[in-house]
Design a protein. Structure first.
Length: 145
């Protein structure tokens, strides 16, 4: 398995261990992880701290030219908000762990020139399926419906 997807899965597990939704993300530039994050909507009572947004926040200020060499790895297909951040910053590639439990606007992102790679990783899928089964009210209060 790709080491960067493994790092995103580690983030997802951190989020789950802290009582949150098991979604993780890492931002990679020039073969180096420059940002890591996990969904903290529950832990921090946040409407916007999805894994990808937390990852971008933790990466800090990055020049636009560097974003254009980046790849965002996420254990789950990014939602509209997170996909919008990819477009805003000009990130050219997203690697997605799985998109069965939730599928964001992948076709739209592709139409805007972003390369989208869906790995269909079983561990990513199992983390989400188990979480949704055990916590449907937490999943459905955000975008899970």
């Amino acid at each position: 398995m790709d080491r960067y997807l493994e790092a995103a899965i580690e983030e997802a597990k951190k989020g789950l261990a802290a009582g949150g939704i098991p979604i993780g993300a890492v931002l990679v530039i020039d073969d180096k992880i420059v940002g890591r994050g996990h969904n903290q909507r529950i832990q921090k009572g946040s409407a916007v701290l999805h894994a990808e947004m937390d990852c971008l926040e933790n990466a800090g200020r990055i020049p636009a030219v560097d974003y254009r060499r980046a790849t965002l790895y996420s254990t789950l297909s990014p939602c509209d908000m997170c996909s919008g951040a990819v477009l805003l910053y000009g990130i050219p590639k997203i690697v997605i762990g799985e998109n069965h439990t939730f599928c964001g606007p992948e076709d739209y992102v592709k139409s805007r020139g972003v390369e989208v790679v869906v790995v269909d990783n079983q561990e990513c899928r199992q983390l989400m399926e188990t979480f949704i089964e055990n916590n449907p009210e937490l999943w459905n209060e955000d975008i899970g419906v």
